[in-house]
Design a protein around this ligand. Structure first.
Ligand code: AMP
Ligand code: FES
Ligand code: ZN
Length: 334
């Protein structure tokens, strides 16, 4: 890349249009980590002495997050543990789980690998039969499992790799839907509440492109392929729009973040229903049965229906009709 580092004059590695800044590899890495540190401090994400559970999917964002927090752990006075969920996605989980394990091992960060199928009874692949997009159901599953596991690990905070672009895509989505509840909850840091562990997004002020530059600058192993269910995710379209805006107006993403957090969000007032305990699993929920348990029952129902169909097929067409819930007049064999 043509140009010189503004700090030391060495050949530039990164050109950051939003700050009208060029930096060499080492100065970019320092710049990146300083910004993570400032974000953590600005939003009061971690107290000294706290245990931080980092959700590691092996993607560039969570790898960059784990690595930068690992470098800052002494300064911030925190202890790190990692959580990786094996979601049971054929052709995907068997690649990212070992990768995430390796990333943690190299840093000496203990990693709790959660086997969704073995420990919670189903895999994300099984969500395919349900009527909603796999990606959105999977998001609910991840939130549930990460909170539960973080709490069981004694973590004070759960840190995820959501970056600036993720945050703004969620903002646009909630805005378009007029989802005031989602807008009110969209924060870089959410304090703990009952059995809900505090949640932090230390990369909220870091553009997605920078996390890529960071993992590449340090040669950090990360997932370079996409989840097979990601094609239906609308966040890609929102991110494309954000990139177009940023190209024409460098730093507009930061401006959107600040305007929202400082001027718009404080005006949003929604009455939060008090947090309940799910009647099935006892985890925090806004309804009598939590979303996770509802997803589980939908899968169980699907399995029962499939089993019924298979067994009736095996027994022959007459039995299939007799077993139908529609009633004898319509179902009795001719
Ligand atoms: P995503 O929902 O895929 O955009 O991921 C957002 C963040 O959630 C990542 O940066 C991780 O911190 C966390 N995450 C996603 N998938 C997993 C997983 N399988 N295991 C642990 N954490 C995850
Ligand atoms: Fe959840 Fe892809 S990671 S659907
Ligand atoms: Zn439940």
């Amino acid at each position: 890349m043509a140009g010189k580092c503004r700090v030391c004059g060495a050949p530039a590695y990164a050109r950051l249009e939003y700050a009208n800044l060029q930096l060499c590899r080492d100065d970019f890495v320092r710049f990146f980590e300083r910004r993570v540190e400032r974000t953590v401090e600005r939003y009061g994400m971690f107290e000294r002495g706290s245990r931080v559970a980092v959700a590691v999917s092996g993607g560039k964002d969570s790898v960059a997050l784990l690595h930068s927090l690992w470098k800052l752990r002494g300064k911030l006075g925190v202890e790190l543990v990692a959580i990786t969920i094996d979601l049971g996605i054929a052709g995907h989980s068997d690649r990212y789980v070992p990768l995430a394990r390796r990333v943690c091992e190299r840093l000496g960060v203990p990693c709790r690998v959660v086997d969704l199928r073995g420990e919670y009874g189903f895999s994300v692949d099984e969500l395919r039969g349900l009527r909603r997009p796999v990606c959105s159901l999977c998001g609910a599953v991840k939130r549930y499992v990460l909170n539960r596991e973080a709490r069981e690990l004694g973590a004070h905070v759960l840190a995820t790799g959501h970056n600036l672009d993720d945050f703004l895509a969620a903002l646009l989505q909630a805005y378009i839907r007029g989802d005031l509840k989602a807008l009110a909850k969209l924060r870089p840091y959410l304090p703990p509440e009952g059995k809900l562990v505090a949640r932090a997004k230390p990369l909220v002020e870091t553009p997605e492109r920078d996390t890529k530059l960071y993992v590449e600058a340090l040669g950090l192993e990360h997932v370079t392929w996409k989840c097979p269910y990601s094609s239906g995710a609308s966040s890609f379209e929102y991110k494309r729009v954000l990139d177009l805006l940023e190209e024409e107006h460098p730093s507009i993403k930061f401006q959107m973040l600040r305007s929202f957090l400082e001027r718009i969000q404080p005006l949003i007032s929604v009455e939060e229903p008090s947090l309940l305990s799910c009647s099935k699993c006892g985890e925090p929920s806004s309804s009598p049965v939590c979303q996770f348990c509802r997803i589980k029952s939908m899968i169980a129902k699907l399995e029962t229906n499939e089993a019924r169909l298979t067994s009736s097929r095996r027994r022959g067409p007459g039995f299939e009709r007799a077993a139908s819930p529609l009633g004898s007049s319509q179902t009795s064999p001719r």
